[in-house]
Design a protein around this ligand. Sequence first.
Ligand code: SAH
Ligand code: SF4
Length: 356
Amino acid sequence: MINLYDLTQDDLSALLAGWGEPGYRARQVWTWLYKHKAAAFDAMSNLPKDLRARLSEATTLHVLEPVAEQHSIDGETVKWLFELYDGQLIESVLMHYEDERRTACISTQAGCAMGCVFCATGQMGFARHLSAGEIVAQVVTLARRLQAQDERLSNVVLMGMGEPLHNYDATLAAIRTMIDPDGLGIGQRHITVSTVGLVPAIRRLAREGLQVRLAVSLHAADDAERSASMPVNRKYPVRQLIAACRDYFEQTGRRVTFEWALIYKANDTPEHAEALAHLLKGLPSHVNLIPLNPTGGFDGAPSSPERVDAFRAVLESHSIPATVRVRRGIDIQAGCGQLKTEVMRRRKGQGVIHYS
Ligand code: SAH
Ligand code: SF4
C-alpha cells in the first residue's frame, strides 16, 4: 500500500501516468491532498469514480490512527498520540498563540537514538525512522483540524519525538512537501528544524537552498557538562557545533536559535550564562530559555522564575536576545515523549503492551 503523502508531485504524476491517467490528474489529486486536506478519496469529487476506486485499492491516506487526544486546560494546546501501521506511537501537538500563529509540533522518529538524559523520548530509545509521508501526514492532520475552524496552520516545528537530522532524507522530503505553494504552503521561514547538534547534517542542511530556521539544543556550553547529559557531544563537541552554526548563518543568512532547558543548579547560574554568551560571541543568534519539563527518568528540577530571569539578564547584558518560552500544555504532558509515556504506563496496567 502506497502512503500518498510519501510522494512528491513528480512521483504522483508518474504513478497516475502509469495508470493511463491524463497529465492534469496529478495536480488535481495534489490539490485534494494538500489544499483541501481531503480525508477520504470519496471527497475528491472531480475525479472519476474508477480512479477513486483505484486510488483506494493501491494507496492510503490513513496513516495515523489517533489513540489519545488531550486538551490543555486553557484550550490553547491540543496533543495527539497517533498509532502507525506497525503499532509505533508518535506525538503531535497543535499550539494556538494570541496572535494569528498556529504552530504544529511534529515527530520525525518513533523514539530517539540520541539518549539525552533529561528527555522522555531519549529515555525510550530508538524504534524507527518515520517516512516522509508519516511526517507530512501529521502536518496535514493538524492543518485539517484548523481548516475545519476556518483557521490556517502557519508554523511547523520539528520538535516532537526524534532527531530530524538523524532521519535526514525523510525530513527534507517532508519539508519540501510542506513548503509547496500549490499545497500546504507553509512559509520556509516558519518551519523550524530542531537538532541535538549533528554537525555534518547541519552543514548539509545549510546547502539545501532553503530558508528554514535552525534551532540547536545546546543546554550546556562546556564539553564535559554537555557530554554528561547529551552523549552526542562526545562525537560532535561544542566548538565544532558552533562552527557548523556559523556556517549555517553564512550560507543562509538566518540567525540560529539555541535551546537551553534550564535545570535547577545544573546549568542555570550566572556563570553558565556568561559561558553561553562567550560561546555565541559574534554569531547572530537567539536563545530560547525553557525551564526543564520534569520526566520520570531524570531527577533534575526546573529553575525558579528568579533564576530564569537572572540568566536572561546576563544574556541581555551581552546583547544576546533571549526569550523565556512558556511551557505550553504542561498539564497535558506536552513535553516531548511524555504523553506516550503516560499512555504506555496505563496500557501496561491493563496488560496491553504495544511498544517495546
Ligand atoms: N531531537 C531534536 C528535536 C526534538 S526535542 C532536539 O533535540 O533538538 C525538542 C526540544 O525539547 C529540544 O530542544 C530538547 O532538548 C528539548 N527537551 C527534551 N526534553 C526536555 C525536557 N525534559 N525539558 C525541557 N526541554 C526538553
Ligand atoms: Fe532525541 Fe531530542 Fe530527546 Fe535528545 S532531546 S533524546 S535528540 S528527541
